[in-house]
Design a binder for this molecule. Structure first.
Ligand SMILES: Cc1cc2nc3c(=O)[nH]c(=O)nc-3n(C[C@H](O)[C@H](O)[C@H](O)COP(=O)(O)OP(=O)(O)OC[C@H]3O[C@@H](n4cnc5c(N)ncnc54)[C@H](O)[C@@H]3O)c2cc1C
Length: 463
């Protein structure tokens, strides 16, 4: 089994050849730091709107090295954060407008793929959330009205499924009930991000790779090499890597997410698993899992694993801990039962996503300094980065649009606690979530474990 190699998605394609680094000082209208989905979508929409703008992307490794080339490929309309809190500040209509914008974003990404000839195994078949024990089933049933309340088409946006309706789509051990939403598509993330980088380059954006930035200041980004890019606007698009920039150590917490991919399943095994629709698949656990049926007939499944590394450190090339691999392999075997017991696991990897202190994303630009940023998507970044890119375009261009009026624009959150509190807190919270999941599985009752309630209160997570 391969551990790392950035991700399985690159093992199944190829690690791209790195573009040249920034050769020395440079000038631009917009300097984007970070070549993941956030940075590349922003570059794409800026250049489409104003071809005359000089747009430069600075990337430490290669475009798509971070979470954008490692994720579960859930292109979904999910958006983190407390809807009641958002509605209290901006009104209910603004929250529903955000939900609609996220649903449209899924189709926007698929539309750009079509227009730019990006083949990324995209398939819009929706998303299934399955309850794997009575406590999860009770939570899904009780949570449905609250979820629908903030969606434009309520009952059509999330459909409740019975045990048989779930089983007709996929055979999950102990599957009791579920939700289905049509607003989600599967993608192969490395193909999407590589295709997007090529499209951005075709538009005339300069992408410099092997160029780490250490400081972002009004009007300039300073590379580790000492070279400086001067620009009216400098945009920080680094999500889980944000703590690496001077002064940003406590802005967002780099939370680990890890995945495993099985060997391709044969037809007989697929017949046992079902899942012919290739919907995205998740469960109702507190430390939830996410999975996709890949275009080449594997199951790629992810979850939290070891949640956080001391001092906001990040992994090297996606190498993950054995403990994390064991947990994820356990989930594969438990979820799909005897059908998957003998199927080899061929690849494991991990990456970091960004979590703000209020567990809710933001996109912002300070017109005084020209510094902008977007991220903190808390694991729902594949589609949200596209909305962020279009919004950053409007903010840079000084346009007042429907996008710049959405309730996540300009939202500030307090900073994370200093170490060792961050480390202790994140280990404690995920330890409690996992213990709660175990207890709920063993107890077999409809009651949500109190440990999970304590964990959510400690972390400040509301979703
Ligand atoms: C394992 C995993 C699974 C996930 N699954 C899903 C999913 O299924 N669906 C979903 O919606 N979201 C998912 N996410 C989250 C989603 O992938 C991210 O939110 C999203 O890709 C963030 O994109 P980004 O461009 O903001 O950041 P990134 O893609 O992380 O890009 C940041 C870039 O900055 C570069 N960089 C770092 N430091 C510097 C520096 N100092 N100077 C210059 N460049 C630098 C990095 O090399 C990287 O390329 C997952 C994340 C992970 C880790």
């Amino acid at each position: 089994m391969i551990n790392g190699g950035v991700s399985f998605w690159y093992a199944s394609t190829a690690i791209p050849r790195r573009r040249a680094p920034l050769p020395g000082d440079a000038e631009a209208d917009v300097c984007i730091v970070g070549g993941g989905f956030t940075g590349l979508w922003t570059a794409y929409y800026l250049k489409r709107a104003r071809p005359e703008l000089e747009v430069v992307v600075l990337e430490r490794e290669f475009a798509g090295y971070g979470a954008s080339g490692r994720n579960g490929g859930w292109l979904s309309s999910a958006f983190n954060g407390s809807r009641p809190a958002m509605a209290a500040r901006h009104g209910e209509a603004a929250v529903i407008a955000l939900s609609r914008a996220m649903q449209e974003t899924v189709d926007e990404v698929l539309g750009v793929c079509e227009a730019e000839g990006i083949v990324a195994d995209q398939l819009k078949r929706g998303m299934l959330t399955v309850a794997r024990n009575p406590a999860q089933a009770a939570r899904l049933a009780a949570g449905l009205p609250a979820v629908r309340r903030w969606l434009p088409d309520g009952e059509d946006d999330v459909v409740a499924l019975t045990r048989d309706e779930v089983a007709a789509r996929v055979h999950v051990e102990g599957g009791l009930s579920g939700w289905f939403t049509p607003h989600a598509a599967r993608v192969q993330p490395a193909k999407l991000v590589q295709g997007l980088a090529a499209a951005v380059e075709r538009l005339g954006v300069r992408i410099y790779e092997q160029t780490a930035v250490r400081a972002i200041e009004p009007g300039r980004a300073v590379a580790d090499s000492g070279a400086v890019v001067r620009a009216r606007h400098v945009l920080m698009c680094l999500e889980g890597f944000t703590p690496g920039i001077e002064g940003q150590k406590r802005t967002w917490l780099p939370l680990n997410s890890a995945m495993v991919a099985t060997a391709p399943l044969d037809d007989a095994t697929w017949a046992q698993v079902g899942w012919t629709g290739a919907e995205l698949l998740g469960d109702g656990a507190h430390a939830y899992m996410y999975a996709q049926r890949t275009a080449d007939g594997r199951i790629a499944l992810g979850g939290r694993g070891v949640p956080y590394r001391f001092g906001s450190k990040t992994d090297r090339d996606g190498v993950t801990q054995q403990q994390t691999i064991d947990q994820l392999v356990g989930i594969v075997r438990d979820m799909f039962g005897p059908a998957l017991r003998e199927v080899p696991i061929e690849h494991a990897w991990c990456g970091v996503l960004g979590v703000p202190r209020d567990w809710s994303p933001t996109v912002a630009l300070d017109p005084a300094t020209g510094i902008g940023m977007a991220g903190g998507y808390v694991g729902n970044g594949v589609a949200t980065t596209n909305l962020a890119g279009r919004t950053l375009r409007d903010l840079v261009l000084g346009a007042d649009t429907e996008l710049t009026r959405l309730p996540w624009v300009g939202k500030a959150a307090r900073r994370w606690e200093p170490e060792p509190l961050r480390w202790i807190g994140s280990r404690l919270v995920y330890g409690l979530y996992r213990a709660a999941d175990r207890r709920e599985m063993e107890a077999g009752t409809a009651r949500t474990s109190r440990l999970a309630t304590v964990a959510s209160a400690l972390s400040g997570r509301h979703d």
